[in-house]
Design a protein around this ligand. Structure first.
Ligand code: SF4
Ligand code: SF4
Length: 283
């Protein structure tokens, strides 16, 4: 019949309009006044339309949501507390399509030999296109895609070049924002520990505890909310310029070119940031 589709469409619109008020009465104050009722408002029970009062209210993002990458640091093993999971292998910098990752490999302060740790790590988040390739290709599960999307600032030159201090977040943070993926990765690795630690354990004839949902948060780790909230808040609050001065480093290069030459050269963070900024301007 002519006009039947229009009538159906209008009926759907009217039903949502009407149900918005029904929902408001049904959940009354608890729907809008309590943060934990967001799940109700976003769930199947909600039938009407509602407005999210951003930034006072925020919708939860799905676990697979990805924004800019962050670097995983150890906060579970007391012997390796605060250590980077990144081994400075440079694979992420090599696969990054817009080439927005810069890595400086660390070196032993005494022997000057390279060590599997990044001395500096930069990501230009203006150029990053959130593809997640770096996280996919990292053989050590050391770089992950974050859920924090509120990164806007008034400075688009230096503030968006995130350094290692800014990028680093604890393993418990990753377990918290992506529990399913974190568990799958740990099962693939064969334990909650870093790949290198698991290899060492294997050589020593030790067996890692099989990863399960129940042992995701070991007893010696701080309470989850503290472990996650404080380091993240500090990391986000730290401006790029406020990073501590760096020590001697043989060579500063991009990505897989970060092979040490033995040549003693002072790593100048400001010069490196200026180089990245210049490249950004040229583009
Ligand atoms: S691929 Fe992983 S381990 Fe290698 S440099 Fe990138 S973050 Fe570090
Ligand atoms: S998410 Fe993609 S664009 Fe961004 S740093 Fe990783 S590889 Fe590069």
């Amino acid at each position: 019949m002519f006009g039947q589709g229009i009538a159906k469409g209008l009926w759907v619109t009217f039903r949502h309009f009407f149900n918005t008020y029904v929902d408001d009465i049904r959940y009354a104050g608890r729907k809008y006044l309590r943060q934990d009722n967001f799940s109700v408002r976003q769930g199947l029970q909600t039938q009407g339309a509602y407005t999210v009062q951003y930034p006072d209210e925020k919708l939860a993002v799905p676990e697979r949501f990805r924004f800019v990458p962050f670097l995983v640091t150890e906060d579970q093993d007391p012997a390796r507390m605060g250590e980077d999971w990144c081994t400075s292998c440079g694979i992420c910098a090599k696969v990054c399509p817009p080439q927005c990752i810069w890595i400086v490999r660390g070196s032993d302060p005494v022997t000057k030999r390279p060590v599997p740790q990044p001395e500096a790590f930069f990501i230009d988040i203006d150029i990053c296109m959130n593809c997640g390739f770096c996280a996919e290709f990292c053989p050590f599960d050391a770089i992950k895609m974050d859920h924090d999307y509120e990164l806007a600032s008034y400075d688009r030159t230096m503030h968006h070049i995130h350094d290692k201090e800014h990028l680093s977040k604890p393993l418990s943070y990753w377990k918290n924002i992506a529990p399913t993926t974190a568990l799958e990765e740990a099962i693939d690795r064969g334990g909650w520990e870093h790949t290198d630690v698991l290899k060492t354990m294997k050589k020593a004839g030790q067996t890692a505890t099989p990863p399960t949902k129940e042992n995701m948060y070991p007893q010696h780790a701080p309470v989850l909310t503290e472990a996650v909230a404080e380091p993240v808040a500090e990391a986000v609050a730290a401006p790029v310029e406020a990073a501590p001065a760096k020590v001697e480093h043989p060579k500063a290069t991009q990505g897989t070119e970060a092979k040490p030459t033995g040549e003693k050269k002072k790593f100048d963070k400001q010069a490196m940031l200026e180089k990245i900024r210049q490249r950004k301007t040229d583009k």
